[in-house]
Design a protein around this ligand. Structure first.
Ligand code: PEP
Length: 254
């Protein structure tokens, strides 16, 4: 069975004390994960070092970053590279979140470089894709998302693509309280898997975890996660509350 993943995206929230408390609270829930389940906590860079030490002994929990630089090192003031994150023990990085595409003008060309930096450092990119409402209104969402996959991931080889996690996040559902229906999520996840299969074959496409993101809460997670091609979620707002996030972890398929 594919890995089932509950991934938190804290974004630019919480001061140092709040972040430390939330990590402690989630830790203390002692949720039993099966071997195919994982929790990934994507937190602000500055808290990563401490968090990794805190979670060292916690199996199947990973501390992740929300972004990395396109380059390896050098005169890039304010940037953080995948190799720096690797040196702290980071195994996952969110790449191409719609907020970075929109507010930091990240193009597919930029995302390709970030994906490559991750893979060079044995880090799994959690690659985000998803359409705006205008595109869904025109019923062009399948083609649009397929093109994001083609543009950003089709340069990879058969081995590399296995180290990618995909997060389908319809932009109209992020932080809006409006989720895709479980059928809409399943239809898009199937479309993504089919797109991957056309390039990498059914067997490889079948192994890739595809997460759904967009206003997932503890009260709607089970329904969405129960769909065949939905392998968990990328969670923004609800990941900032330990009870909510624990409910979402508990909704993962066993
Ligand atoms: C996100 O930003 O990745 C996200 C899914 O946010 P929210 O859960 O708040 O919609």
């Amino acid at each position: 069975m594919r890995k089932q993943i509950a991934a938190a995206n804290w974004k630019m929230n919480l001061n140092a004390e709040e972040a430390s408390n939330l990590l402690d609270e989630i830790y203390s829930k002692s949720i039993e994960l099966s071997s195919n389940q994982m929790v990934v906590l994507s937190i602000p860079y500055i808290y990563i070092g401490e968090a990794i030490k805190k979670y060292k002994a916690k199996n199947n929990y990973f501390i992740a970053a929300q972004n990395c630089a396109t380059t390896t090192n050098g005169a890039y003031t304010g940037e953080i590279s995948a190799s720096m994150l690797h040196s702290l023990g980071v195994k996952y990085i969110i790449i191409g979140h719609s907020e970075r595409r929109e507010f930091h003008f990240e193009t597919n060309q930029i995302l390709i470089q970030k994906i490559d930096r991750c893979l060079e450092n044995n880090i799994t990119p959690i690659f985000c894709c998803g359409e705006k409402i205008e595109i869904r209104d025109k019923r062009e969402q399948n083609e649009f998302v397929a093109n994001q996959i083609i543009d950003c991931l089709f340069h990879l080889n058969q081995e590399q693509i296995k180290h990618i996690v995909i997060a389908y996040e319809p932009i109209w559902a992020i932080g809006t309280g409006k989720t895709a229906s479980s059928q809409e999520a399943e239809d898009m996840h199937k479309n993504i898997r089919l797109t991957l299969a056309q390039k990498f074959g059914d067997n490889v496409a079948d192994q890739i975890s595809i997460l759904y993101g967009g206003s997932v809460k503890s009260n709607n997670a089970s329904e969405i996660f129960s769909e065949n091609d939905v392998d968990g979620g990328l969670i923004g707002g609800a990941s900032l509350n330990a009870n909510e996030f624990s409910g979402i972890i508990n909704a993962l398929k066993k």
